[in-house]
Design a protein around this ligand. Sequence first.
Ligand SMILES: *[C@@H]1O[C@H](CO)[C@@H](O)[C@H](O)[C@H]1NC(C)=O
Ligand SMILES: *[C@@H]1O[C@H](CO)[C@@H](O)[C@H](O)[C@H]1NC(C)=O
Length: 326
Amino acid sequence: MKPGNFRSIGCSESGVFDVGWKLTWEKKSVIATSLIALLSLFVLVVNYSEKPYFLLQPMLGHSLSSPWMLFRQNHKVYKPHVGYISIPKQEPLKLHCDVCSVVSSSGQMLGQGAGLDIDHSSCIWRMNSAPTRGFERDVGRRTTLRMVSHTSVPLLLQRPQHFFGQANDTVYVVWGPLRNMRQDGKGIVYNMLRQAAENFPQARIFVTTEERMNYCDKVFKKETGKDRIQSGSYLSTGWFTLILAMDMCKEIHVYGMINDTYCKTEGYRKVPYHYYEAGSRDECAEYLLHESAPYGGHRFITEKAVFAKWAKTHNIKFFNPEWQLS
Ligand SMILES: *[C@@H]1O[C@H](CO)[C@@H](O)[C@H](O)[C@H]1NC(C)=O
Ligand SMILES: *[C@@H]1O[C@H](CO)[C@@H](O)[C@H](O)[C@H]1NC(C)=O
């Protein structure tokens, strides 16, 4: 049982006592039985609710010295994220962050000098094989978590010692379709990861479960009205990153992500698609190509419109370029 449940039971026990001492034994037992029933229901709701903290948070103090604060932090640290399991032990991902800096791989990162700001946040998230070395001033040095596309796993494995040896405090979360991620020996990417986990036992490698992949598709359909598969598109690593970040971070600071109208804006800044690929196709050209591809494209622009919507109900802020969210 989670500590939260002990607490709710603790509160109610004193409640039963306070109400009960003036009443007859029969009334007491009726009240006690109903209270126990109500409590069990509450415990069930807390246990099975998608976001138990939102239920609990208003009751908890904000002062750092308060014991509830400590309890709350512990509670959060140990909240398992069940859609992500470790290789090879199949354990759920347990990580909680206060402020997450999500560093985009976009050329927008270049020349903004955001490195120090990024390194000051509690968790720093990057995508795929985006490097820090040589770009520290703009992208920072630290990496807490990398969200990695199945297609980028071979890139990580070109430098296994760098990614899985030296960076053994980084959490790797790999997303991919079942055909590549299946665990019956036929999933080519899963097999690569299993080998890496064997070679680097300290590495913290997680994969997205099939259920979680389906959930991410469902979110796309709910937000856009379009079926991801029928519309011939793939979700981007940014999509999976924000879905996990909303689950794990109290506050999200996204760096270097453009909004959905940026590429239609007069005189926008032309930058490479990736900050680490100088001379590659311009970001907006790449985005427009993907947006209109009949199949196999990422709907980057559509996704950005959805992110703007999420930012209204979640604590998400966008920097460099800044998004004006009302
Ligand atoms: C873990 O990373 C640290 C820092 O890069 C390194 O010194 C250490 O050797 C690594 N441990 C293993 C087992 O690779
Ligand atoms: C989107 O980006 C463009 C270009 O930076 C900017 O002019 C516009 O105000 C932004 N819109 C929002 C909603 O942030």
